[in-house]
Design a binder for this molecule. Structure first.
Ligand SMILES: C[S@@+](CC[C@H](N)C(=O)[O-])C[C@H]1O[C@@H](n2cnc3c(N)ncnc32)[C@H](O)[C@@H]1O
Length: 200
């Protein structure tokens, strides 16, 4: 079976793609060592308006570098990923953090049966096709408590393999400002974009 997405314009990238990537290199984006990532992670955490969240949800937690930082701001944190392999590394990294829970899950077709006051979508939204993005938007909103925060962070340059661009992901969420969310922060860095939305 091919590891590249079929109908890249419309279909979400499937777990095989990520599993094969992690099998070749457990840190394919250099999350553990990149200065760019470290700065972006610091900006991501600094954007959180509340010091402490009751229940955080991280979609696509990968090997857990950002998970560990996010955990310091959450009383409980659920981190999910499609890749069990990546998650094994995240679990090892967070082994002393008993308030962090991990599950292998493919959003939006699977979604936790609980509500959150913080959802983080960092560098994962552009792997969804248009249809899955819409379903994900609905599920994220349905499981975010009023006053809860949705933090979006995405690389904006075009990537050939990805069904959507970071800008398309952020624009889709920003279209619901006024009805579903209010916008608290909207920031463009040279290579990434950050939006912090509050659930109405
Ligand atoms: C580029 S990494 C981002 C990691 C981390 N969020 C960060 O910002 O450093 C994307 C991760 O999302 C996971 N992923 C991709 N599609 C997913 C989906 N539909 N549901 C859950 N996780 C997904 C991949 O396995 C990968 O580990």
């Amino acid at each position: 079976m091919s590891s590249t997405p079929q109908n890249a314009d419309t279909a979400s990238i499937q777990p095989d793609y990520f599993n094969q990537m992690y099998a070749a290199n457990i840190d394919p984006w250099d999350f553990e060592t990149s200065e760019y990532e470290a700065k972006k992670y610091a900006a991501t955490i600094a954007a959180l308006p509340k010091e402490t969240y009751r229940a955080g949800f991280e979609i696509g937690g990968s090997i857990g570098v950002l998970t560990e930082k996010l955990a310091a701001r959450c009383q409980s944190l659920l981190s999910i990923d499609v890749s069990e392999q990546a998650q094994a590394r995240a679990k090892a990294r967070c082994k002393d953090l008993s308030h962090v829970e991990f599950e292998v899950m493919q959003v939006p077709h699977q979604y936790p049966n609980r509500t959150f006051d913080l959802t983080l979508v960092s560098e994962v939204g552009y792997y969804w096709g248009k249809e899955d993005l819409q379903i994900a938007q609905q599920k994220i909103a349905d499981h975010l408590e009023p006053g809860g925060h949705l933090l979006l962070v995405h690389w904006t340059p075009y990537v050939d393999d990805y069904p959507l661009t970071g800008d398309e992901v952020h624009e889709a969420f920003l279209q619901t400002v006024g009805t579903t969310y209010q916008s608290l922060i909207s920031r463009n860095d040279e290579r990434y974009r950050l939006d912090l939305l509050e659930r109405l």
